[in-house]
Ligand binder design. Structure first.
Ligand code: KIV
Ligand code: ZN
Length: 506
């Protein structure tokens, strides 16, 4: 069986397109999990696009071992210089450079004719090659290009030193059979194609990214570019978990193998969702909350007789833990530790005592603590060091139009209390926190959802704050009281930014 390389671009095509600024720490946390998952290449960012991206690529390059770290560039020297510098400490660095090759990209976006485009492509690959041996060339919007021109560009890019050639369907326009035919055409017509790995990169505008990528793999591509949960530009990128599990489940159809530890898929999906603030739909293939639940009577009867009646993947295969003990306020440390270990968390000593204390607090307000609650407990931002903490809050409302919030915060070790009005409890709360912290970022999005079922469910609040310089920061908060969850989410977003508090306001 031939090797299929898994190229993860969650931190570049995924993150950049969301408009969400993941900070270095968040990118590193996802990066470590991607290494655990077994991806071959991590595209860590586009270093020339912002100082934050540059710092992230630099950090991941220095910290992550046993994986190729890749940075994206346009086909211009300054991008490539910056990218090479960011990758300096990588064990295995790769520069991903390229240019638009479709008529609309060349004429309208770049103002270049085909000869000039070809010249710039060759120049960029040669320029990147001065820094690193591993250079991937992307022919942006390849699917809408003239196939004869595409073949020429790819052939010249390989001649210039490209080790991987990426044939993207940038706008998600292809049908699966057409995309497979294009990959086949490239493989059959590019004379030096044996000197490079062919890569597929598909967007999901018509909901066909996974099908297209798989068609490309069947046609001979040996690298696939994916994002966790399929996050990305517009309708998203090719979903990592769909491609990997399609190949795992239907391996006879592809004849390729990879290094992915499929039992890490569920944990990776949850982590990316938590950090990016992008929820996974319940009905999402492979990682959606409903992907392994059977609702209708006939199906339930079937799976009780034999799971294979309605299940093609066992949830435990991708690391969805199977629950055998129910956790309540009467459960001891041992039961909690056992369950957490099953969920992939190792907790001992003081950390176990701390988690157990918070577990009991939660269990007191709920009858049963579910796995989803435990994930929250383990990732709960308030458990981590923060320069701002919610001490207490009270809301009073008069009618439905106005509310007053009184909030006590601990800011950099000192306690402050203040109050403000708003047109509802949450608005009053956020206005008070703004007054106390001097925050001037705009609230761009605010969502509430319940983490588990039932009236005692834990509520999860997500806020997105837009800063004047364009950065978008996600904050999350959890509580059985949704107003408290909202306050915690708001404070979490401020704390993430290392918000500098003006003492006069504080
Ligand atoms: O979709 C695309 O064409 C891309 C390239 C920049 C690789 O993301
Ligand atoms: Zn893309």
């Amino acid at each position: 069986m031939q090797r299929l390389y898994i190229f993860d671009t969650t931190l570049r095509d995924g993150e950049q397109s969301l408009g969400i600024t993941l900070n270095v720490k968040e990118k590193l946390e996802i990066g470590h999990q991607l290494v655990k998952l077994g991806v071959d290449i991590i595209e860590a960012g586009f270093p020339a696009s912002s100082p934050g991206d540059l710092e992230s690529v630099r950090t991941l390059a220095a910290e992550l071992k046993g994986v190729t770290i890749c940075g994206l560039t346009r086909a211009v020297p300054q991008d490539i210089d910056i990218c090479a510098e960011a990758l300096r400490k990588a064990e295995n660095p790769r520069i991903h450079t390229g240019i638009g090759v479709s008529p609309v990209h060349m004429e309208k976006k770049l103002g270049l004719n085909p000869e000039q485009t070809l010249e710039q492509a060759v120049f960029a690959v040669k320029y990147a090659k001065r820094y690193v041996n591993d250079v991937e060339f992307y022919a942006e919007d390849a699917f809408r290009s003239d196939p004869a021109f595409l073949v020429k560009v790819i052939e010249e890019a390989i001649k210039a030193g490209a080790t991987v050639v990426n044939i993207p369907d940038t706008v998600g326009y292809a049908n699966p059979w057409e995309y497979g035919e294009l990959i086949d055409f490239v493989i059959k017509n590019v004379r030096n194609i044996d000197k490079a790995v062919v890569s597929v990169h598909c967007h999901n505008d018509l909901g066909m990214a996974t099908a297209n990528a798989l068609a490309g793999i069947r046609a001979g591509a040996r690298q696939v570019e994916v994002t966790i949960n399929g996050i990305g530009e517009r309708a998203g990128n090719t979903s990592f978990e769909e491609v990997v599990m399609a190949i795992y489940t239907r391996r006879d159809g592809y004849g390729v193998k990879n290094n992915i530890k499929v039992y890490e898929i569920s944990a990776t999906s949850r982590l990316v969702s938590r950090i990016t603030g992008v929820a996974v739909p319940d009905y999402k293939a492979i990682v959606g909350a409903n992907a392994y639940s059977h609702a209708s009577g006939i199906h339930q009867d079937g799976v009780l007789k034999d799971r294979e009646t309605y299940e093609i993947i066992k949830p435990e295969t991708i690391g969805v833990p199977q629950n055998i003990i129910s956790l309540t306020a009467r459960s001891g440390r041992h039961a909690l530790k056992y369950r957490l270990e099953e969920l992939g968390y190792k907790v001992e000593g003081d950390q176990l005592n701390d988690v157990y204390k918070r577990f009991l607090h939660l269990a007191d307000s709920k009858q049963e603590v579910f796995d989803q609650d435990l994930y929250v407990l383990m990732g709960d931002p308030e458990g981590k060091a923060s320069n701002i903490l919610l001490q207490s809050m009270a809301i009073s409302t008069s009618g439905i139009e106005t509310a007053t919030a009184t909030v006590t915060l601990e800011i950099e070790g000192r306690k402050f209390t203040d109050a403000a009005c708003g047109n509802g409890p949450v608005n009053a709360l956020f206005n008070t926190i703004d007054r106390m912290t001097g925050n001037d970022a705009m609230l761009e999005d605010y969502t509430l959802k319940s983490v588990t079922r039932g009236s005692k469910a834990l509520g999860e609040a997500t806020v997105k704050l837009r800063y004047n310089d364009g950065r978008l920061v996600v904050g999350k908060g959890f509580s059985t009281d949704i107003i408290e969850a909202s306050a915690k989410a708001y404070i979490n977003a401020l704390a993430k930014q290392n918000h500098k508090f003006s003492k006069s306001q504080a």
